[in-house]
Design a protein around this ligand. Structure first.
Ligand code: RVP
Length: 486
């Protein structure tokens, strides 16, 4: 019958990259990529919007390493705003007034010395009761007094010719001031010389450590936020709090109401709006005229039971390539979301047409992910659960998989609650993931992502070929940092 003339669909294990002539050393491959209209990342990696994966802790680490964390939405709008601010402030150049440790001119040198020790700072602006900057005091100013005049007033010991800068100073200008005047901190003042913040040499050097970081135009770390398809309030609040990308978070975005609402949200915010999830050419066509990015994945997730529970889904390589066919013609970036177990899967997703990949299970076991380490049978794990699992749906307004008629007991879950091996720091996981992806680009001879997407070709893998590809006929004796048997 017509019904049984069905098209083939493929996923990660069905394909391999065909090796090609190459002059690209893996460490030369440039993996920077665009994830949405206005956001380019230095690594093509996002962390999933799940309550066991991305809160501010992981989002900060993701952005510092060049990727993007997407905050989950199993929290109130107010909580979300706090989380966004945590990320945005994490690497701030200017320490805000309320966080600056200051001294008063009448305090004694001894008092200030103790205060600086307690607060862990090595210097402090000296201000009067109106917050006017009178001077600055540092360990070097204090030291001579500690012997002879420790009850002298700070006024006497401080440096009163203070080098200050105005709000909006750039890191480069601040650094130049510090070099020119051989100082370690510059108070930021308003036009009446009142203290509004502080820039420190230490802060600037810390930022330099993360030269690959994903930053907005003001130098703050980038952050993404999941927003329910009909959550206009959350979308606006996230936008106002400075989120860079909103991800319309829906298990099946190919739905007129979802798309209409996403379009309205898109029109009412400054942030980019990525729409998902979709998995077909038709769905892509329905969103590419307004979306800043499309996210692909119907059922590939490691904790996802959508395909078994509902009988619907699209194997991920086929899904990504269908969507990318349409999206690339409209210059809309594509994100492959879910099902990635190894770095090889990630770079296959890019070969299929994705500009970036989103992972959940890969990061859920890291130190920076929420939740604590649990030990079972002598091995360490962290909790990892689907946002469509009973536990996640119960503990949040997460309506991603919820139908209107569902009451508390009536959930039909599309995800499971699980544990994933504990993995250590996010930086080391990302190092393996991105390192493997770059090596894949080396085998194809492509020095950058756009070129790799063009040039790469797949071969089909049989079950025998699949077995051949994993370690076989040996007993693994030492764990590799980037491989564990499934
Ligand atoms: P994975 O990386 O394979 O663990 O997949 C993570 C993705 O799975 C998420 O980004 C999301 O799209 C999807 N997900 C999250 N919860 C569920 C579920 O409960 N079915 N699925």
């Amino acid at each position: 019958s017509e019904k049984l003339r069905v098209p083939e669909s493929l996923t990660f294990d069905d394909v391999l990259l065909r090796p090609m002539e190459s002059h690209v050393e893996p460490d030369e491959a440039n993996v920077s990529t665009r994830v949405s209209t206005n956001v380019t990342l230095n690594i093509p990696v996002l962390s999933a919007a799940m309550d066991t994966v991305t809160e501010s802790g992981l989002a900060i680490a993701m952005a510092r390493n060049g990727g993007l964390g997407v905050l989950h939405r199993n929290m109130t709008v107010d909580e979300m705003v706090v989380e966004i601010e945590r990320v945005k402030r994490a690497d701030e150049l200017v320490i805000r007034r309320e966080d600056v440790v200051t001294a008063e001119p009448e305090q004694t040198v001894r008092e200030v010395d103790e205060m600086m020790e307690r607060e862990g700072v090595s210097g402090a602006p000296v201000v009067d009761e109106d917050d006017t900057v009178l001077g600055i005091i540092s360990g070097t100013d204090i030291r001579p007094y500690l012997e002879v005049g420790e009850s002298d007033e700070v006024r006497k010991a401080m440096t009163d010719e203070v080098i200050t800068a105005a709000e909006g100073v750039t890191a480069r200008d601040a650094l130049e001031l510090m070099y020119d005047h051989k100082i370690e901190r510059v108070p930021i003042v308003d036009d009446e010389n009142r203290l509004v913040g502080l820039v420190t040499m230490q802060g600037i050097l810390q930022r330099r450590e993360h030269e690959n970081a994903a930053r907005d135009d003001d130098g703050a770390l980038r952050v993404g936020v999941a927003v329910g398809p009909f959550e206009d309030d959350r979308a606006r609040a996230a936008d106002e709090a400075g989120a860079d990308v909103l991800f319309i978070d829906c298990a099946h975005a190919h739905n007129r109401n979802v798309i209409d609402s996403a379009r309205e949200i898109r029109a009412s915010v400054d942030a980019d709006v990525v729409v998902g999830n979709v998995g077909t050419r038709e769905a892509a066509k329905a969103v590419v005229d307004f979306a800043d990015g499309v996210k692909v994945g119907i059922g590939p997730g490691s904790i996802c039971t959508t395909r078994v529970v509902t009988g619907a889904g699209m194997p991920q390589i086929t899904a990504v390539s269908e969507v990318a066919d349409v999206a690339s013609r409209h210059d809309v970036p594509v994100i492959a979301d879910g099902g990635i177990r190894y770095s090889g899967d990630a770079i296959k997703a890019v070969a299929a047409g994705a500009d970036a990949v989103m992972l959940g299970s890969y990061f859920a076991g890291t130190d920076e992910a929420p939740g604590r380490v649990i030990t079972m049978n002598g091995k360490k794990y962290k909790q990892y659960r689907g946002m469509g699992s009973v536990g996640a749906m119960r503990s949040g307004g997460g309506d991603r998989y919820l139908k209107e008629e569902d009451d508390d007991e009536g959930f039909v879950p599309e995800g499971v609650e699980a544990a994933t091996p504990y993995k250590g720091t996010l930086a080391s996981e990302l190092h393996q993931l991105v390192g493997g992806m770059k090596s894949g680009m080396g085998y194809v001879g492509a020095a950058a992502i756009p070129e790799f997407k063009e040039r790469s070709r797949f071969v089909r893998v049989s079950a025998a070929g699949q077995t051949e590809g994993h370690p076989h006929d040996v007993m693994i004796t030492d764990e590799a940092p980037n491989y564990s048997p499934q």
